[in-house]
Design a protein around this ligand. Structure first.
Ligand code: HEM
Ligand code: HEM
Length: 403
C-alpha cells in the first residue's frame, strides 16, 4: 500500500488521516451540541454536563494536533486530480469545501481551546498539559470573543461537512464514479495530469474572515474589568462618634471555591469600605468597618452567570451585601468581628487581618472561610462533588489616613 498520494490516488497516510479526523469531528460535534443543551440545575446534572464537556474538549484538543499533522502532510503531497475537471464550477466548489474543512480543523478546536483557557472552572480538559494556553490571558472579553468564534465556526463547519458529504454521495450514487471509492480503497482513478489553482483556498480564507467579522459584530460590547472603585463613603457606624478616618485607595475583594474538585477564583469589582480605626484601642476596640458590596459586580470564571442566580447569590433580589464589624485586637494583628448580611441572611463572621501602617498609609491583608450553606447558597448542590461548601474570602487593601 503506497504511503504517498499520486495525481490519481490517495496514499494510505492521507486516507487514514482523513477518516480518523472525520470520525473524531463527527463525535465532537454531537458531544458539543448535547453538552451545551444539558441543564445544570442539580448537582448530578451539572456533573454530567461537565463530564460531557470534558470529553468534548479532550477530543477537540486531540483533533487540533491530528489536524496539524494532516495539514503538514497535505502540504508536501500531490493532490489527486478531480475525476471530472471539465465540470469547472463543481470542482471549484469541492475545492473551496476542502479548504474550508482544513481551516475548520484548526480554527474550530483552537477557538474552543482559547475560550477554555481564558476562563477558570467547569469541565477540565483531561490531557495532562494544564488548562491554560500561553499568550491567552484570563479575561471575560477574550473568553466571550472566542466563544462567539467557536459558535459561528462550528456552524460553518457543519454546513461544509453536509455539502462535502452530499458531494461525495452524488459522485458515488449519481455520477457513479470512483471519487469515494478511491478515498476508501486508495486505488488510482482519473487522468494523470494535475492542475491546481489557488483561488479556492483564497475563497475559503475569505469566508472565514467574513465569519470572524460577523462573530466580532455579534459580540456584546464589553468593558474591560474595572479595578475596584473603593472609596470610603458610607456613613459612620452608630457605635462611634467620629466619621471614617481612613480612605481606601486600592484593594481587592476576592474569594475561592472548589468546583468539580478544582479551585476557582472569583472577585467583586464594586465595593466600598467605611473605616474608622485608631492604633490605640478605646475600651478594647480599635474602631469599626462597614463594607458594602454590589453583588452583581461578581466574576467567577465560567460560572459567573450561574453564581448570580437565585440558587446562589440571588443578585436580582439582593443587589447588596454588607459586613458591619468592630475592629478588635487579636494574636496576630486584628480581627474584624461582626455580621455579614448576604442574600437576606445574617450570620456572625470574624475576619482576622494584619495591618502595616507606614506614616499615613495602611496596608491590610485578611482572610476567612465561610460556609455557603450558612447563607442558604446552592441548596440543590447538597454535597461537595460539584461545588465545595467552604468559600475562602481574601481581602487586601491600601488606605490613606484622612483627618
Ligand atoms: C466530517 C469530517 C470530514 C472532514 C473534515 C473531511 C475533510 C476532507 C478534506 C480536507 C478532503 C481533501 C483531501 C484530504 O485532505 O484528504 C477530503 C476529501 C474527501 N472526503 Fe472528506 N472529510 C470529512 C468527512 C467525509 C465523509 C463523511 C465522507 C464520505 C461520505 C468524505 C468523503 C471524501 C471524499 C470522497 C474525498 C475525496 C474528494 C476528491 O477526491 O476530490 N469525507 N475530505
Ligand atoms: C474539532 C473540534 C471541535 C468541534 C467540532 C466542536 C464543536 C462544538 C459544537 C458543535 C458546539 C456546540 C455549539 C453550539 O451550538 O452552541 C461546541 C461547544 C463548545 N465547545 Fe467545542 N468543538 C471542538 C473543539 C473544542 C475544544 C478543543 C474546546 C475546548 C478546549 C471546545 C470547547 C467548547 C465549549 C466550551 C463549548 C460550549 C459553548 C460555548 O461556550 O461556546 N470545543 N463545540
Amino acid at each position: 500500500m503506497p504511503l504517498a498520494n499520486t495525481t490519481q490516488s490517495y496514499g494510505s497516510v492521507a486516507r487514514i488521516l482523513h477518516w480518523l479526523t472525520a470520525l473524531m469531528i463527527l463525535t465532537a460535534i454531537p458531544l458539543g451540541l448535547i453538552a451545551n443543551d444539558l441543564p445544570y440545575d442539580t448537582s448530578e446534572a451539572l456533573a454530567q454536563k461537565a463530564q460531557l464537556f470534558s470529553l468534548h474538549k479532550t477530543l477537540g484538543v486531540a483533533v487540533f494536533f491530528v489536524a496539524l499533522i494532516r495539514i503538514l502532510w497535505a502540504l508536501v503531497q500531490t493532490r489527486p486530480q478531480a475525476l471530472h475537471p471539465e465540470r469547472r464550477a463543481e470542482t471549484a466548489l469541492a475545492e473551496v469545501a476542502h479548504w474550508l474543512l482544513y481551516l475548520s480543523l484548526v480554527i474550530v478546536p483552537l477557538s474552543g481551546w482559547v475560550e477554555h483557557a481564558a476562563t477558570t472552572g467547569f469541565a477540565p480538559i483531561l490531557w495532562p498539559f494544564g488548562q491554560g494556553l500561553p499568550f491567552v490571558p484570563q479575561s471575560v472579553t477574550v473568553a466571550e470573543t472566542a466563544a462567539a468564534m467557536h459558535w459561528l465556526f462550528t456552524k460553518i463547519l457543519i454546513v461544509t461537512i453536509l455539502a462535502h458529504v452530499a458531494g461525495a454521495l452524488k459522485h458515488h450514487l449519481i455520477d457513479r464514479d470512483a471519487t469515494l471509492r478511491r478515498m476508501i480503497s486508495g486505488r488510482p482513478a482519473g487522468k494523470a495530469r494535475a492542475r491546481h489553482r489557488s483561488w479556492p483556498a483564497v475563497a475559503a480564507a475569505a469566508i472565514y474572515a467574513v465569519g470572524a467579522g460577523v462573530a466580532f459584530a455579534l459580540m456584546p460590547a464589553h468593558e474591560a474589568p474595572q479595578p475596584a472603585p473603593v472609596v470610603a463613603e458610607a456613613p459612620a457606624p452608630a457605635t462611634t462618634s467620629a466619621g471614617p478616618n481612613w480612605q481606601v485607595t486600592e484593594g481587592t475583594l476576592g474569594f475561592g471555591v472548589r468546583q468539580m474538585g478544582a479551585e476557582v477564583q472569583g472577585s467583586f469589582a464594586d465595593w466600598t469600605a467605611a473605616i474608622v480605626f485608631d492604633e490605640a484601642a478605646v475600651e478594647g476596640k480599635h474602631g469599626t468597618v462597614t463594607v458594602s458590596i454590589a453583588t452583581d459586580s461578581l466574576t467567577l470564571g465560567s460560572v459567573t452567570a450561574q453564581a448570580k442566580t437565585a440558587d446562589f447569590l440571588d443578585t436580582a433580589t439582593h443587589p447588596a451585601a454588607t459586613f458591619t464589624a468592630d475592629i478588635l485586637p487579636a494574636d496576630q494583628g486584628y480581627v474584624a468581628q461582626g455580621t455579614l448580611s448576604l442574600r437576606g441572611v445574617q450570620q456572625p463572621v470574624s475576619l482576622p487581618f494584619t495591618l502595616t501602617i507606614t506614616g499615613d498609609t495602611a496596608t491590610m491583608q485578611g482572610s476567612t472561610t465561610l460556609d455557603r450553606r450558612d447563607f442558604g447558597m446552592g441548596a440543590s448542590y447538597s454535597d461537595e462533588s460539584s461545588v465545595g461548601f467552604g468559600v475562602v474570602v481574601n481581602v487586601t487593601l491600601t488606605a490613606q489616613r484622612v483627618e
